[in-house]
Ligand binder design. Structure first.
Ligand code: AMP
Length: 192
């Protein structure tokens, strides 16, 4: 199995690149942000709970996220691998993911981080906000809080995978296709 953690701050292009990766490698996509938005649109209890945090750009509590991902992995059946997008976002989530996947004998293959400077991130998110309908993409204060939360709570997850010698980073600024090519060459190296 090819289990890739696609990492990077909000607006780095994880969703865009995930869509291309799942097609090329026939992988399953687990985006925790998308899963929460689906719950929200279906009006589930989980969606209501997540909304409080998402609206402010804060993280949903670890155990809520971990249980949702656990269910999703259990439901996924016979698959070639998973692209994790927007998860894990804390070291506790990374440890839980290791437990889940190691228990199945299919560990994380590697993390690929998309590097994008802060000005570019803010511009991309606000631009996306014009069409995404996401409240958290439209308000500069919320966008800035999401970037702050990323730096404080999520960046340590990169160190976690560096410690396991499973970390690679690439330049996330450029054309969609050139960034995709860089990710694919990292995946090819991880696979060898
Ligand atoms: P995203 O679409 O990945 O930018 O996620 C949107 C929002 O969903 C985040 O700002 C968080 O409030 C919540 N969220 C998504 N994934 C996670 C996660 N792994 N841990 C905690 N909160 C999350």
């Amino acid at each position: 199995m090819l289990n890739i953690v696609l990492f990077g701050p909000p607006g780095a292009g994880k969703g865009t690149q995930s869509a291309k990766l799942i097609e090329k490698y026939s992988l399953t996509h687990i985006s925790t942000g998308d899963l929460f938005r689906k719950h929200l649109s279906e009006g589930t209890e989980l969606g209501q709970l997540a909304k409080k945090y998402m609206d402010e750009g804060n993280l949903v509590p670890d155990q809520v996220v971990i249980d949702m991902v656990d269910d999703k992995i259990k439901d996924s059946g016979d698959i070639k691998g998973i692209i994790f997008d927007g998860f894990p976002r804390t070291v506790a989530q990374a440890e839980a993911l290791d437990m889940l996947l190691n228990g199945k004998g299919t560990p994380v293959t590697g993390m690929i981080a998309l590097e994008v400077n802060e000005e570019e991130l803010k511009n991309r998110i606000l631009e996306r906000g014009k069409t995404s309908g996401r409240a958290d993409d439209q308000d500069i204060n919320k966008v800035e809080n999401r970037i702050k939360v990323y730096k404080n709570e999520t960046l340590p997850v990169a160190e976690y995978y560096k410690g396991q010698d499973k970390f690679a980073s690439i330049n996330g600024v450029g054309t969609i296709d050139s960034i995709f090519d860089s990710i694919c060459s990292e995946i090819n190296q991880l696979n060898n």
